[in-house]
Ligand binder design. Structure first.
Ligand code: 5GP
Ligand code: ZN
Length: 114
């Protein structure tokens, strides 16, 4: 999608600090990290929100979640703990309308989230 920030990172039109790439997904460090480790994991297919998921997207979402788990192990936060978050629409604070799984870790988290 031409005016989507994350599609531009996928297409390498704007730089991203990429930590993992496959045929179907990309993972890169968040530009404004909210924790010592803050990675965004996105599908290469443009999907605006979780509400727009189709049955055919189940595999790619599974790959995103599995990649979060793998990256957490590589970052050394698998045992201490980490959080994974999808924000969906305004009340959840979604600001980029291309779905992304936040992987956050390296500090104590609180609950409930703000
Ligand atoms: P949301 O609030 O939509 O769940 O999360 C969007 C995330 O994208 C935010 O954590 C924000 O810091 C991050 N972000 C926004 N613009 C850029 C960018 O140009 N590059 C990177 N790497 N992250 C971005
Ligand atoms: Zn997009």
């Amino acid at each position: 999608m031409s005016d989507c920030l994350f599609c531009k990172i996928i297409d390498k039109e704007i730089p991203g600090d990429i930590v993992f790439e496959s045929d179907d997904i990309l993972a890169f460090n968040d530009i404004t990290p909210q924790a010592p480790h803050h990675v965004l994991i996105i599908p290469k297919k443009h999907i605006a929100t979780l509400n727009d998921l189709k049955n055919e997207d189940r595999l790619v979402v599974g790959e995103m979640v599995k990649t979060a788990s793998t990256l957490a192990a590589e970052l050394g936060i698998a045992e201490t703990g980490y959080r994974t978050v999808f924000n969906c629409n305004a009340e959840a604070g979604q600001t980029v309308f291309h779905i992304h799984l936040h992987l956050l870790g390296g500090r104590q988290m609180s609950w409930p989230p703000g």
